[in-house]
Write a protein that binds this ligand. Structure first.
Ligand code: PLP
Length: 230
Protein backbone atom coordinates (compact mmCIF):
# COMPACT_ATOMS: atom_id res chain seq x y z
CA UNK A 1 0.00 0.00 0.00
CA UNK A 2 1.28 3.49 -0.79
CA UNK A 3 2.14 5.90 1.98
CA UNK A 4 -0.68 8.16 0.79
CA UNK A 5 -3.18 5.30 1.17
CA UNK A 6 -1.78 4.46 4.60
CA UNK A 7 -2.10 8.08 5.64
CA UNK A 8 -5.68 8.16 4.46
CA UNK A 9 -6.54 5.02 6.39
CA UNK A 10 -4.80 6.37 9.48
CA UNK A 11 -6.62 9.70 9.16
CA UNK A 12 -9.95 7.89 9.04
CA UNK A 13 -9.10 5.93 12.16
CA UNK A 14 -8.03 9.12 13.96
CA UNK A 15 -11.33 10.76 12.95
CA UNK A 16 -13.33 7.81 14.26
CA UNK A 17 -11.44 7.75 17.55
CA UNK A 18 -11.88 11.51 17.89
CA UNK A 19 -15.63 11.15 17.46
CA UNK A 20 -15.68 8.43 20.10
CA UNK A 21 -13.64 10.60 22.47
CA UNK A 22 -15.79 13.67 21.77
CA UNK A 23 -12.92 15.60 20.31
CA UNK A 24 -12.80 17.60 17.11
CA UNK A 25 -10.71 15.77 14.53
CA UNK A 26 -9.05 19.06 13.61
CA UNK A 27 -7.75 19.40 17.16
CA UNK A 28 -5.71 16.21 16.93
CA UNK A 29 -2.21 16.59 15.64
CA UNK A 30 -0.48 13.72 13.90
CA UNK A 31 3.28 13.45 14.26
CA UNK A 32 4.76 11.02 11.74
CA UNK A 33 7.63 9.25 13.48
CA UNK A 34 10.26 8.63 10.84
CA UNK A 35 13.04 6.80 12.65
CA UNK A 36 14.70 4.34 10.33
CA UNK A 37 12.72 5.70 7.37
CA UNK A 38 14.59 6.92 4.29
CA UNK A 39 14.24 10.62 3.42
CA UNK A 40 12.62 9.93 0.05
CA UNK A 41 9.86 7.96 1.78
CA UNK A 42 9.38 10.79 4.26
CA UNK A 43 9.15 13.10 1.27
CA UNK A 44 6.34 10.88 -0.03
CA UNK A 45 4.53 11.26 3.29
CA UNK A 46 4.97 15.03 3.17
CA UNK A 47 3.60 15.12 -0.37
CA UNK A 48 0.59 13.17 0.93
CA UNK A 49 -0.04 15.78 3.62
CA UNK A 50 2.13 15.01 6.63
CA UNK A 51 3.34 18.23 8.26
CA UNK A 52 4.81 17.06 11.56
CA UNK A 53 7.89 14.86 11.66
CA UNK A 54 9.24 13.14 14.77
CA UNK A 55 12.70 11.67 15.23
CA UNK A 56 14.21 9.97 18.25
CA UNK A 57 17.92 10.29 17.47
CA UNK A 58 19.85 13.51 16.95
CA UNK A 59 22.25 11.90 14.48
CA UNK A 60 19.33 10.76 12.35
CA UNK A 61 17.37 13.97 12.60
CA UNK A 62 20.13 16.29 11.41
CA UNK A 63 20.74 14.78 7.93
CA UNK A 64 17.00 14.48 7.33
CA UNK A 65 16.47 18.07 8.32
CA UNK A 66 19.21 19.04 5.85
CA UNK A 67 17.64 16.87 3.14
CA UNK A 68 14.40 18.83 3.32
CA UNK A 69 16.14 22.16 3.66
CA UNK A 70 18.31 21.49 0.61
CA UNK A 71 15.21 20.66 -1.42
CA UNK A 72 13.46 23.76 -0.09
CA UNK A 73 10.73 21.56 1.29
CA UNK A 74 11.15 22.58 4.90
CA UNK A 75 8.73 25.49 4.84
CA UNK A 76 5.63 24.36 6.69
CA UNK A 77 7.34 21.31 8.18
CA UNK A 78 7.32 21.00 11.95
CA UNK A 79 10.04 18.94 13.61
CA UNK A 80 9.64 17.08 16.87
CA UNK A 81 12.28 15.38 18.94
CA UNK A 82 10.78 12.39 20.74
CA UNK A 83 13.72 10.29 21.92
CA UNK A 84 15.90 10.24 24.97
CA UNK A 85 18.24 13.18 24.78
CA UNK A 86 21.75 13.57 26.13
CA UNK A 87 22.81 16.95 27.36
CA UNK A 88 25.78 17.14 25.01
CA UNK A 89 23.44 16.79 22.01
CA UNK A 90 21.06 19.55 23.06
CA UNK A 91 22.93 22.28 21.17
CA UNK A 92 22.34 20.50 17.86
CA UNK A 93 18.57 20.60 18.05
CA UNK A 94 17.65 23.70 20.03
CA UNK A 95 16.00 26.16 17.68
CA UNK A 96 15.93 23.56 14.92
CA UNK A 97 13.05 21.45 16.23
CA UNK A 98 9.78 23.07 17.17
CA UNK A 99 9.03 20.78 20.07
CA UNK A 100 11.32 18.69 22.24
CA UNK A 101 8.81 16.18 23.57
CA UNK A 102 11.07 14.15 25.80
CA UNK A 103 12.17 16.39 28.67
CA UNK A 104 12.54 13.95 31.55
CA UNK A 105 14.85 15.71 34.01
CA UNK A 106 15.66 19.19 35.21
CA UNK A 107 19.34 19.07 34.24
CA UNK A 108 18.26 18.47 30.63
CA UNK A 109 15.75 21.31 30.71
CA UNK A 110 18.39 23.64 32.17
CA UNK A 111 20.75 22.76 29.33
CA UNK A 112 17.99 23.42 26.77
CA UNK A 113 17.34 26.77 28.47
CA UNK A 114 21.04 27.65 28.35
CA UNK A 115 21.42 26.83 24.65
CA UNK A 116 18.17 28.60 23.79
CA UNK A 117 19.38 31.68 25.68
CA UNK A 118 22.60 31.65 23.63
CA UNK A 119 20.51 31.59 20.46
CA UNK A 120 18.12 34.16 21.89
CA UNK A 121 15.06 32.01 21.31
CA UNK A 122 12.41 30.31 23.41
CA UNK A 123 12.40 26.54 22.93
CA UNK A 124 9.04 24.82 23.27
CA UNK A 125 9.06 21.49 25.08
CA UNK A 126 6.78 18.81 26.48
CA UNK A 127 7.49 17.10 29.78
CA UNK A 128 7.67 13.33 29.54
CA UNK A 129 5.75 11.55 32.27
CA UNK A 130 6.44 7.98 33.35
CA UNK A 131 2.78 7.26 33.87
CA UNK A 132 2.96 3.55 34.64
CA UNK A 133 6.07 3.85 36.85
CA UNK A 134 8.07 1.49 34.66
CA UNK A 135 11.72 1.18 35.66
CA UNK A 136 12.71 0.90 32.00
CA UNK A 137 11.02 4.13 30.96
CA UNK A 138 12.15 7.71 31.25
CA UNK A 139 9.97 10.44 32.62
CA UNK A 140 8.90 12.43 35.60
CA UNK A 141 6.65 10.55 38.00
CA UNK A 142 3.13 11.98 38.32
CA UNK A 143 3.67 13.00 41.96
CA UNK A 144 6.74 15.02 41.04
CA UNK A 145 5.15 16.72 38.07
CA UNK A 146 3.77 19.94 39.56
CA UNK A 147 7.03 20.79 41.42
CA UNK A 148 8.86 20.06 38.17
CA UNK A 149 6.59 22.45 36.26
CA UNK A 150 7.19 25.11 38.91
CA UNK A 151 10.97 24.70 38.43
CA UNK A 152 10.50 24.79 34.65
CA UNK A 153 8.51 28.01 34.85
CA UNK A 154 11.57 29.78 36.28
CA UNK A 155 13.58 29.17 33.11
CA UNK A 156 13.18 32.06 30.70
CA UNK A 157 14.15 30.42 27.45
CA UNK A 158 12.00 27.31 27.56
CA UNK A 159 8.26 27.10 27.36
CA UNK A 160 6.41 24.00 28.53
CA UNK A 161 3.51 23.34 26.16
CA UNK A 162 2.16 20.10 27.59
CA UNK A 163 2.94 16.51 28.46
CA UNK A 164 4.08 13.39 26.64
CA UNK A 165 3.96 9.77 27.66
CA UNK A 166 4.75 6.34 26.27
CA UNK A 167 2.35 3.64 27.40
CA UNK A 168 3.53 0.19 28.44
CA UNK A 169 3.66 -2.45 25.74
CA UNK A 170 0.62 -4.56 26.44
CA UNK A 171 -2.20 -6.31 24.66
CA UNK A 172 -4.43 -5.89 27.70
CA UNK A 173 -6.72 -3.20 26.34
CA UNK A 174 -8.40 -2.54 29.66
CA UNK A 175 -5.08 -1.96 31.41
CA UNK A 176 -4.00 0.26 28.52
CA UNK A 177 -7.11 2.39 28.76
CA UNK A 178 -6.49 2.67 32.50
CA UNK A 179 -3.00 4.03 31.85
CA UNK A 180 -4.22 6.61 29.32
CA UNK A 181 -7.07 7.71 31.51
CA UNK A 182 -4.68 8.14 34.43
CA UNK A 183 -2.47 10.25 32.18
CA UNK A 184 -5.45 12.33 31.18
CA UNK A 185 -6.17 13.05 34.86
CA UNK A 186 -2.52 14.00 35.44
CA UNK A 187 -2.79 16.38 32.46
CA UNK A 188 -6.02 17.91 33.73
CA UNK A 189 -4.56 18.31 37.24
CA UNK A 190 -1.52 20.04 35.75
CA UNK A 191 -3.80 22.35 33.81
CA UNK A 192 -5.78 23.18 36.93
CA UNK A 193 -2.54 23.88 38.81
CA UNK A 194 -2.14 26.79 36.36
CA UNK A 195 1.60 27.21 36.87
CA UNK A 196 2.41 30.61 35.43
CA UNK A 197 4.24 30.52 32.12
CA UNK A 198 3.40 26.84 31.65
CA UNK A 199 0.71 25.83 29.22
CA UNK A 200 -1.09 22.49 29.08
CA UNK A 201 -1.84 22.60 25.40
CA UNK A 202 -0.69 19.22 24.12
CA UNK A 203 -1.22 15.79 25.53
CA UNK A 204 1.05 13.66 23.37
CA UNK A 205 0.24 9.97 23.73
CA UNK A 206 -0.57 7.08 21.43
CA UNK A 207 1.52 5.25 18.83
CA UNK A 208 0.68 2.70 16.11
CA UNK A 209 -0.46 0.06 18.56
CA UNK A 210 -2.57 2.27 20.79
CA UNK A 211 -3.39 5.67 19.23
CA UNK A 212 -7.12 5.02 19.08
CA UNK A 213 -7.50 4.37 22.81
CA UNK A 214 -5.20 7.32 23.50
CA UNK A 215 -7.40 9.67 21.47
CA UNK A 216 -10.54 8.32 23.14
CA UNK A 217 -8.83 9.30 26.41
CA UNK A 218 -8.18 12.83 25.12
CA UNK A 219 -4.75 12.70 23.54
CA UNK A 220 -4.54 15.62 21.10
CA UNK A 221 -1.17 14.67 19.66
CA UNK A 222 -0.33 11.15 18.48
CA UNK A 223 3.05 9.89 17.33
CA UNK A 224 2.71 7.24 14.65
CA UNK A 225 5.47 5.45 12.76
CA UNK A 226 4.80 1.88 11.68
CA UNK A 227 1.21 2.44 10.55
CA UNK A 228 2.55 4.88 7.97
CA UNK A 229 5.86 3.42 6.95
CA UNK A 230 6.02 -0.33 7.59
C1 PLP B 1 9.03 5.03 17.55
C2 PLP B 1 8.27 5.95 18.40
C3 PLP B 1 6.92 6.21 18.15
C4 PLP B 1 6.15 5.57 17.01
O1 PLP B 1 5.99 4.20 17.24
P1 PLP B 1 5.23 3.29 16.18
O2 PLP B 1 4.97 2.04 16.93
O3 PLP B 1 6.18 3.10 15.04
O4 PLP B 1 3.99 3.99 15.78
C5 PLP B 1 6.28 7.12 18.98
N1 PLP B 1 6.90 7.70 20.01
C6 PLP B 1 8.20 7.48 20.28
C7 PLP B 1 8.83 8.16 21.45
C8 PLP B 1 8.92 6.59 19.50
O5 PLP B 1 10.22 6.35 19.77
Amino acid sequence: MSIAARLERLTQKIAAAAAKGRQAHADIRLVAVTKGVRPDRIEEAVAAGVTDIGENKVQELLPKYEFFKARQLSAGLVWHFVGSLQRNKVRHIVGLVDLIQSVDRLSLLEEIDKKAAQKDIIQRVLVQVNIAGEATKHGISPVELIPFLVDASKLEHVKVDGLMTIAPLTTDSKALRGVFSKMRRVFEDARRAAVSGVEMRYLSMGMTQDFEVAIEEKANMVRVGRALFR
